[in-house]
Design a protein around this ligand. Structure first.
Ligand code: ATP
Length: 288
């Protein structure tokens, strides 16, 4: 039985880092929501007892370093599965962009192989396994909208934000998440008001959501890559209601409620940036 699984990207509506922990991870407090831009994962049973992986992207490793491969290997080992699988990734999400593409591929592989190998695991159990692969995988297992704390693996579900358009712009650079965290100096930063964002989402208060957008990692990425800062300024000039960098960047996003404004921002930006997408927020999880 062949299985197709969607792996949507996420954006961070708020991202705060509280402190560095003794285990080396950072304690975070962030709001994530999924958007309508997705990789497609195809899982096909293989007679040989092994995992093979392919994708058309030259930026993604097609071997055991791939997060989808790691997800399959983890399930195989943990549940002693003696079956093989071919994983084929149709990559639509920009790589190393702050959109959790790799984590979402891993999460989709967990969900898909749970069905294929009839493991009977709940989403909660898959999310715990996902945390062994990467901090964002747990959220990606559930999808929807959530507050993520701990190192990102403790998930509290939130309602979907009010419907709106998201225009994503990715400059032609890749940013290493580990590098950004290692350069973060928490002494001189303005922390976003994550609690205000949670309240605004719960109350469906679009204008407070726009005002509460904040990402503490901007201090590092915007300083190192002035082009990311310029893109933010452009998005603001074209009339976005709110603008923010997602994750560790370099993707920046703008939100607007109106289709005509979305078109204006999208068209205006295409002259400045080669990767521009206009998508909707997928605030409700399609996986439950
Ligand atoms: P996050 O927002 O969770 O920090 P990101 O969007 O910044 O993630 P990814 O696109 O997930 O970053 O890729 C980060 C690195 O992981 C890349 O450099 C890539 O080589 C590696 N990688 C491994 N597997 C995948 C995958 N399936 N898709 C994308 N990248 C992958």
């Amino acid at each position: 039985m062949r299985i197709l699984e969607k792996a949507p990207a996420k954006i961070n509506l708020a991202l705060d880092v509280l402190h560095k922990r003794q285990d080396g991870f950072h304690e975070v407090k962030m709001i994530m929501t999924m958007i309508d831009l997705a990789d497609r994962i195809e899982l096909t049973p293989l007679k040989e007892n092994k995992i093979t992986i392919s994708s058309h992207s030259r930026y993604v490793p097609n071997d055991e370093r791939n997060l989808a491969y790691k997800a399959a290997a983890l399930l195989k080992e943990r549940f002693q599965v003696n079956e093989g699988v071919t994983i084929s990734i149709d990559k639509q999400i920009p790589v190393a962009a702050g959109l959790a593409g790799g984590s979402s591929d891993a999460a989709a592989t967990l969900r898909g192989l749970n069905k294929m190998w009839k493991l009977g695991l709940s989403l909660d159990e898959l999310a715990v396994l996902g945390a062994e692969i990467g901090s964002d995988v747990s959220f990606c297992v559930y999808g929807g909208t959530a507050l993520a704390t701990g190192r990102g693996e403790i998930i509290e579900h939130l309602p979907a934000p009010p419907p709106c358009w998201v225009i994503l712009a990715k400059p032609f650079i890749g940013v290493s998440t580990a590098d950004v965290y290692s350069k973060l100096n928490l002494e001189n930063v303005t922390h976003p008001n994550v609690d205000q964002m949670i309240k605004a989402i719960e109350e469906q208060d679009y204008s407070t959501i726009c005002q509460s957008l904040g990402n503490v990692l901007e201090t590092v990425t915007l300083e190192k890559y002035p082009e990311v800062k310029q893109l933010k300024t452009q998005l603001q000039r074209f009339g976005a209601d709110g603008v923010l960098m997602s994750g560790s960047g370099p993707t920046v996003f703008a939100i607007t409620e109106h289709e005509s404004r979305m078109q204006r921002i999208y068209n205006g930006l295409r002259g400045f940036c080669n990767q521009v997408y206009a998508v909707r927020i997928l605030g409700e999880s399609p996986f439950k």
